[in-house]
Design a protein around this ligand. Sequence first.
Ligand SMILES: NC(=O)c1ccc[n+]([C@@H]2O[C@H](COP(=O)([O-])OP(=O)(O)OC[C@H]3O[C@@H](n4cnc5c(N)ncnc54)[C@H](OP(=O)(O)O)[C@@H]3O)[C@@H](O)[C@H]2O)c1
Length: 317
Amino acid sequence: MQYNRTGKSGLKLPVISLGLWHNFGGLDNFENQRAMCRRAFDLGITHFDLANNYGPPPGSAETNFGKILASDFAAHRDELIISSKAGYHMWDGPYGEWGSRKYMIASLNQSLKRLGLDYVDIFYSHRFDPETPLEETMGALDFAVRSGKALYAGISNYPAKATKEAAKILKAMGTPCLIHQPRFNMLQQEPLKEGVLKACDDNGIGVICFSPLAQGLLTDRYLNGIPEGSRATVAHFLKPGQITEEVVKRSAALNEIAKGRGQKLSQMALAWVLSHKEVTSALIGASRVSQIEDAVNAIDKLDFTKAELTKINKLIA
Ligand SMILES: NC(=O)c1ccc[n+]([C@@H]2O[C@H](COP(=O)([O-])OP(=O)(O)OC[C@H]3O[C@@H](n4cnc5c(N)ncnc54)[C@H](OP(=O)(O)O)[C@@H]3O)[C@@H](O)[C@H]2O)c1
């Protein structure tokens, strides 16, 4: 495993991190979850990413990971970076989502209980709340760190302008913003085009990109149809309607370039994300152990030739 420094902080993260958004909920096979976490750790993946609402049902991914922590990783807590987030809908009423201090701290307390932990390593504001003063949301992150319930503060899905403001507020509070978690992949390049990566770089903030494989579109998963059990058939964040002929044709063309590099498409997609100097880690999802192994093997070839990038850019620009 290769470990990168997170922005200008003292913390290093593995270039491949594992997220528990899908396939770790109450309806998923627990032994498979356990096997994936164990294999990931054995391969050097020290960072596991969660959020209050991961499941389904919401919260169950934290509960399951808490069980795995207790059964398999109890002796390894200090070797792990565990994150959680609050921002999306978690419970009914006016205090169950967005960015108020009331919601953020209540949610963090609930997450710690489900995980069976005294602290998480990174606590994120999961989305920018246009209606709550940013000072209040950042104040909640600062409080989480000062109270010892989190070691570092992070933001996710924040646009560039809010990122710069959040960085300034947190810096003034003495709790620097460690990391930003945007969606970034070959097919979804908004953080690059809209200045989020630059805002992070300018402010010493690390970047961990979620959905680097575009939920499976940047793999060979859908090249020959939509397999039973794939995310497009079981989850509503990727719909079969998104697997259009045009999408498959582009993935097939990218797959040919990856083959020329001696890689799988998924590995080339991870290398592409990691080729951006602002990016600390690629945050993958997985439904089986072999996908985690594929991802870690991407590290064998992270560099691109100019000719490869020209061919790739023609397909994804
Ligand atoms: N901050 C946020 O708002 C936010 C939002 C979304 C995600 N996240 C974080 O980012 C993490 C990753 O997101 P993601 O799951 O969308 O990431 P992703 O890596 O883009 O997609 C993962 C999916 O791709 C497929 N896949 C992975 N490796 C493969 C391989 N080698 N061959 C074929 N298919 C492969 C699997 O789909 P199948 O299930 O079909 O096998 C897997 O579940 C989440 O767990 C979460 O921690 C954060």
